[in-house]
Design a protein around this ligand. Structure first.
Ligand code: FES
Length: 164
């Protein structure tokens, strides 16, 4: 095994708790922006929607939601991240690192960092706003995986030593 630091029981307990009731799961029909990324290594995909509002003259994130076709850690981190993004400016959101996006899950074990990076990249893709928000549609991330690509999906290479 290449990793010296194992996934701790505490981390697994917190992830299990987050997965029992994941927050902000699902398509956001009135989103202002959407970002979709996929990992070429594990094949997981994550899509994030953002809705902005204005507060004290600043543009801030009002709501965030996600769909994931991936591992439980990515789902748990996305659940945490979509909660803590509320009220952040796009700049503040862009500065968040995977360990910050994981919120109450705590720091990600080395072998799970790329799961957090998937969430980070989906957020950045949504903040870039290059993907048009989806109109009301029945398309899901799972369905998209089985259809020809019509929307750009960013492929995220894992860093060295992040293989499974
Ligand atoms: Fe692929 Fe977690 S995102 S294993």
């Amino acid at each position: 095994m290449r990793y010296n630091i194992p996934v701790t029981e505490e981390f697994e307990d917190r992830a299990r708790e987050a997965l029992a009731q994941p927050k902000n799961v699902g398509e956001m029909n009135d989103a202002d922006s959407v970002g979709t990324v996929g990992s070429p290594d594990c094949g997981d995909m994550l899509r994030m929607w953002l809705k902005f509002t204005e507060k004290d003259g600043k543009k801030v994130i009002d709501r965030a939601s996600f769909q994931a076709f991936g591992c439980q850690t990515a789902i748990a981190v996305a659940s945490m991240a979509t909660e803590l993004l509320k009220g952040k400016t796009p700049e503040e959101a862009r500065d968040l690192k995977p360990d910050e996006l994981s919120g109450e899950l705590g720091p990600l074990p080395p072998m799970k960092i790329h799961c957090g990076q998937l969430v980070e990249q989906a957020l950045k893709s949504a903040l870039d706003g290059k993907d048009a928000p989806q109109k009301k549609t029945t398309e899901t991330l799972a369905r998209k995986l089985h259809s020809a690509p019509s929307q750009k999906i960013k492929i995220i290479p894992l860093e060295d030593g992040e293989d499974n």
